[in-house]
Ligand binder design. Structure first.
Ligand code: ADP
Length: 697
């Protein structure tokens, strides 16, 4: 796939799908094509009443399919009861033991028939939506936790809410840090340097206080070139949420007045002055994205989201209205305090609506909804691609390979603004999007009550329930079982575990009563169009390979030297002494700007900067992304040659009566460096020396 044509191809794919799904029922077509808002779409209430909704709908391409109903099974009408004291197979029963066939069958049943268990003790504000989802799935909730492990742990805040060694948890380690305003801006900026056109969906941003001078200088430069340019900037404190501490400025010097440079790190961003308006109001989109797996990368997008409206008619920013939060900020938590806030009594009116209702409205005005969706999908995939490299570093640090640990998934909340020209712009990513399904209502002055919110429930329960369905650890087994011809099972015995459902329950498709999955797979489905962007991801793989010490997130000087040697990057013009200086320079600079001071050494961003520098030296004249791609290709080539040689040495070592090769090849350790061109790496790989922590001396 050629760069630059990815969006067009993606749009074309969506077109194709839309044509293909023309034959499907109307609602299916709307959702498949992303044209969720065509005029004939039923309202949420109507669909709730619709009996057809109770039936399983056709599974979609790319989605985890709803297992087909198994054919009716033939059961013997009668079965002779086993003689007293004998098991159903005719073998004698004895206390505490059972015949081989019985125990085999029990083990089999227990893994296919028992309900999935969910620990909801740390679910916090997502508890209500989670409970409804678990009930709909007929799974088993453990609201106070459980002594034995659960299949799924649902955390309200972070990966570290519980100490878990197995199962699945709905948070990735490091995600909260990764989507903070500064970290996200940094991650996107790396991608903007490589692929400026592909990443122009994120407003120009500067990190304060470090880049204040740069911000002023760049602003001045643009203004000198175009005196009519009258920008507005939005200042957002790092780690803030719900509009907390956000304000607009017209002039960079206003930042000083606010005293932010001393108090709180922040991001200052170009303000998008021309948003798309509905009923003269600015609104944004909260879209739910499931990161199902990091490696291999799997991304799903919910087909519906929420639109949050401002409560004061929009005007382009001017010095008089800059402080009108109800005009400029779409946060629900702010606008709910406006006297103009309208609680929705349907999903298509009020200050919070479903995104599908917006699309419906746009579609009725002739807007190309498929294009809007395709652009949004592209934005989501590219943003996740920007986040994954560092997430991988966090992941290997918290859950090192070979140590027990859970697998992770996470629902992310993407906040997107549609510009007047319908281009989606990323505002931010939330690691803990609100999953509350009720809102506070003031019944009489000062008297508040929590009342259910139809719009929130409609969207959020579907997202949680269908995330659970996609993560269902027993789904494969259940599907396998439903595909196998049913063996007649008849026994008077009680299942050994009271959690077990009856055998007949196990043979029925447990999802038959549920609607089709609301999460649509977009990656790896569109991997071909986007894989060329994953350069930093490949750099992160190199970085992790040379980290050496399990649990660390920073590369020591010896690790960096080994990287240079093993990848054959030093030369007569780049001596190992200059490699050391490069390491010290870049590491020192990054350690002074990053908040994380836990370990000393080179962080991933510093490593990326070093690689960009090396790539520019080695492959002059090419555009930056081609320089970096060439460097990575070179490194990967040398490392695979090295791995092969080590593997062969391992094999020959075995035949020569040495200690057997155990596990993947290890990098050369500080005490046993693999010199460039070392003809006998076998000598090193045969002895696995313990890794020592690399530190900056
Ligand atoms: P928070 O995490 O505090 O909600 P956001 O980055 O989501 O911070 O910003 C809050 C609100 O400010 C957004 O919902 C949006 O309405 C508005 N906003 C944020 N960034 C921009 C921008 N660059 N241009 C226009 N409006 C913005």
């Amino acid at each position: 796939m050629q760069r630059g044509s990815s969006e067009r191809e993606l749009a074309a794919r969506w077109e194709e799908e839309a044509v293909a799904s023309d034959k499907a029922p109307a609602e299916q077509v709307l959702l498949d094509a992303g044209a969720a808002g065509e005029p004939e779409r039923k309202t949420a209430e109507e669909r709730c009443k619709d009996p057809a909704r109770a039936q399983p709908r056709a599974a979609e391409e790319g989605d985890t399919r709803v297992a087909p109903r198994p054919p009716p099974t033939l059961r013997p009408k009668t079965k002779p009861a086993p003689a007293r004291g004998l098991c159903p197979h005719g073998n004698p029963r004895s206390k505490g033991s059972s015949c081989k066939r019985c125990s085999g069958r029990r083990a089999d049943q227990s893994c296919t028939l028992r309900p999935v268990t969910v620990d909801s003790s740390k679910a916090r504000t997502s508890l209500d939506a989670l409970k409804i989802s678990i009930r709909q799935l007929k799974w088993k909730e453990f609201p106070f936790g459980r002594r034995s492990p659960c299949d799924i742990y649902w955390h309200g805040v972070s990966f570290h809410d519980n100490d878990i060694l197995s199962g699945q948890v709905n948070k990735f380690p490091g995600m909260t840090e990764m989507v903070r305003k500064i970290t996200l801006s940094r991650a996107v900026r790396i991608m903007q340097n490589l692929f400026p056109e592909e990443y122009n969906f994120y407003p120009c941003s500067w990190i304060l206080p470090d880049e204040f001078q740069l911000f002023v200088a760049q602003g001045r430069m643009v203004k000198d070139g175009d005196p009519s340019w009258k920008p507005t900037f939005i200042v957002k404190p790092d780690g803030g949420c719900q509009g907390d501490g956000i304000y607009l400025i017209k002039d960079p010097s206003d930042i000083r007045l606010a005293g932010i440079l001393q108090s709180r790190p922040a991001v200052v961003q170009e303000y998008i002055c021309k948003p798309l308006l509905i009923d003269k109001l600015k609104f944004d989109i909260r879209l739910y994205v499931l990161l199902k797996s990091l490696d291999p990368l799997e991304i799903y997008i919910a087909k519906d989201g929420l639109s949050r409206f401002c409560t004061e008619p929009y005007q382009e920013p001017n010095p008089k209205n800059l402080h009108h939060v109800f005009m400029h900020l779409t946060n629900y938590s702010l606008n709910i305090h406006s006297s103009n806030f309208v609680h929705s009594d349907s999903t298509s009116t009020g200050s919070k609506r479903t995104f599908s209702s917006i699309l419906c409205r746009l579609s009725s005005k002739g807007v190309d909804i498929k294009k809007v969706w395709s652009d949004i999908i592209s934005l989501v995939i590219k943003t996740v691609i920007a986040l994954t490299p560092e997430l991988k570093v966090f992941y290997q640090s918290d859950i090192p390979v070979g140590r027990p640990g859970p697998t992770c998934f996470q629902i992310l909340g993407f906040d997107i603004l549609l510009m007047k020209n319908l281009k989606p712009m990323l505002l931010e990513v939330n690691a803990n999007p609100s999953m509350r399904i009720e809102h506070e209502q003031e019944l009489s002055p000062g008297v508040f009550e929590n009342v259910p919110s139809l719009v929130d429930e409609e969207v959020k329960v579907a997202v949680i329930r269908d995330t659970l369905r996609l993560m269902d650890p027993l789904k494969k087994k259940r599907e396998n079982q439903s595909q196998q011809p049913k063996k007649p099972v008849a026994t008077n015995e009680e299942p050994p575990n009271s959690e077990l459902a009856s055998p007949s329950e196990g043979s029925v498709d447990p999802e038959a009563h549920l609607p089709s999955i609301c999460l649509k797979q977009v990656f790896p489905k569109y991997a071909k169009q986007f894989n060329y962007l994953r350069l930093v991801d490949r750099l992160a793989n190199l970085f992790i390979r040379f980290l050496g010490v399990k649990g660390t997130m920073k590369l020591g000087p010896t690790g960096f030297r080994t990287f240079i040697r093993n990848c054959k990057l030093s030369s007569s013009s780049l001596s190992m002494a200059s490699v050391d200086i490069l390491y010290i320079d870049i590491t020192r600079r990054w350690n002074s700007v990053t908040l994380d001071q836990r370990d000393s050494g080179m962080c991933l961003q510093a490593f990326i900067e070093a690689c960009f520098y090396l790539a520019q030296r080695k492959f002059k004249m090419l555009p930056l992304h081609e320089q970096v791609a060439s460097l990575i290709d070179l490194c990967e080539h040398h490392l695979s040659v090295l791995d092969e040689r080590r593997l062969m040495c391992g094999r020959s070592g075995m035949s020569g009566g040495r200690a057997p090769y155990s596990g993947p090849p290890q990098e050369a350790t500080p005490s046993a460096p693999l010199a460039e061109g070392n003809p006998t790496p076998c000598a090193n790989s045969a002895h696995k020396l313990p890794h020592s922590r690399h530190t900056l001396s």
